[in-house]
Design a binder for this molecule. Structure first.
Ligand code: NIG
Ligand code: FE
Length: 433
């Protein structure tokens, strides 16, 4: 979904007084191994934006001496960053925002000892979000999605991947993707959309799961492709959801209809990845369980492993995805919120970065690269998003901290104070309003 930015009174925006500018510039993408630590820090910096793009970014003194800037100062709106930290707008490469209600029953059942899989097997879990989505109007769903997108924006995110997956019928999946499209139209940021009709088998197909797989492949995917409602097709490859064989069928159908692929895999149980990798997925997500035999293929390919520690946190797991093992082997990794009502109801990538540091032993630098440049690779938009470099989209997040490491340090404390999207400063409503 491409946005056109209307020109405003000031054709240029100049961010000044930036204590630390984290550019994430340069380098080969996706970042692997030690390259994941290179954040391109510039102290006492400024950024000039125009026409929705970054024009230049560098030390503030140099920029003020630039003859063009001197001559055009009147046409330039200034944004004083007050010595704070400026990041590229964060990229949340895995969310499920199309739901109607929180899942409080599941939440309480887990507190008293039930596991996610036990709750799902007893009719809770994903299936319990379906009835409300099927009943909801398209308009009310779009409002919910927009509310989620605005929550993400307030925490620094300007690009998001958004999945359907709580409709599980042709009509309700189309309605969900249309709700994403409508919310994307009203939201200033950028949205990549994903069909996740294969989230679980819906109740009416419980006795004939292969018939549902056939419906997804032969009816839902072709229709979504024809209507141009999604960039990607995703599948939940897991015990209790879809088998590896069914998942491969679904990704194959996606590619035949010109859609790109990604998959949820290895959240609770391992699956061998070669069959999925044959469909060239942009990302494989969760990846809590990865067989040693699959690491080499991941390290040499461009599929990004998207790690979702918000789900481990919210499900109360002791174990978290083994980021060190993947990074040290050269696997490109990204982080995302997995924003959804069942396993990760948070819009905060800074909180996810904090979890990555404390529970996955990623450094603050690695966590930043995983939520920017590598997340943009996971959405195949790294040429426009994920770093602050001339020619890229002018999406920026301003944090009220002196040191970039504080973004992961002040956990569950939103220090994001200003957002710039497409070169325009955004009004941010506070969480209390
Ligand atoms: O990524 N694992 C599958 N899908 C979601 C959970 C969705 C839900 O429980 O509603 C996830 O964690
Ligand atoms: Fe997910």
């Amino acid at each position: 979904m491409v946005k056109k930015y209307a020109p405003n009174r000031f054709p240029y925006l100049l961010l000044t007084n930036i204590g630390q500018l984290i550019t994430l510039r340069g380098g080969v993408t996706p970042r692997r191994g030690s390259a994941l630590k290179e954040i391109g820090l510039i102290e006492d910096a400024a950024v000039l934006c125009g026409g929705g793009k970054i024009i230049s970014a560098g030390p503030e003194r140099g920029l003020f001496l630039d003859p063009w800037v001197k001559k055009n100062r009147r046409r330039v709106q200034e944004l004083d960053c007050k010595g704070g930290v400026v990041l590229p707008g964060l990229v949340d490469c895995h969310t499920h925002p199309v739901f109607a209600e929180p899942r409080l029953v599941d939440f309480e059942k887990r507190i008293t000892g039930a596991t996610y899989e036990q709750i799902a097997a007893a009719g809770g879990g994903i299936r319990s979000s379906v009835a409300a989505v099927r009943k909801a109007s398209g308009k009310s769903l779009a409002e919910k999605v927009l509310d989620g997108f605005n929550g993400l924006l307030r925490h620094g995110t300007t690009t998001v991947e958004a999945k359907s997956g709580y409709g599980l019928s042709t009509e309700a999946e189309i309605k969900s993707l249309e709700a994403i499209r409508e919310a994307a139209r009203l939201w200033p940021g950028t949205v990549r959309s994903t069909l996740l009709a294969a989230h679980v088998v819906p109740p009416e197909f419980a006795a004939k799961p292969d018939d549902y797989v056939a419906k997804v492949c032969d009816e839902i995917i072709p229709l979504v492709a024809r209507k141009k409602l999604a960039d990607y097709v995703d599948v939940f490859c897991e015990r209790g959801a879809f088998t590896l064989e069914q998942s491969e069928k679904i990704l194959g159908a996606a590619r035949r209809h010109g859609l790109q692929t990604r998959a949820h895999v290895g959240q609770f149980t391992p699956s061998r990845l070669n069959g999925l990798l044959a469909h060239k997925p942009a990302s494989l997500d969760h990846m809590d369980c990865v067989a040693a035999e699959d690491i080499a293929a991941l390290a040499t390919g461009d599929t990004v492993a998207v790690l979702l520690p918000g789900a481990n946190y919210f499900l109360g797991h002791r174990e978290f995805p083994d980021a060190r093992r993947l990074i040290d082997a050269g696997v490109p990794i990204a982080l995302a919120t997995d924003y959804n009502p069942g396993t990760s109801p948070t819009p905060s990538l800074p909180f996810i970065m904090s979890l990555a540091c404390t529970h996955m032993k990623m450094s603050p630098e690695e966590a930043l690269a995983a939520c920017t440049v590598n997340a943009a690779c996971a959405l195949q938009i790294e040429k426009q998003k994920g770093s602050i470099q001339p020619g890229k989209d002018a999406d920026l997040a301003i944090f009220d901290v002196k040191d970039y490491r504080e973004i992961a340090y002040w956990f569950a404390w939103n220090r994001c104070v200003e957002m710039v999207v497409g070169g325009e400063k955004q009004p941010l409503t506070s969480d209390l309003q």
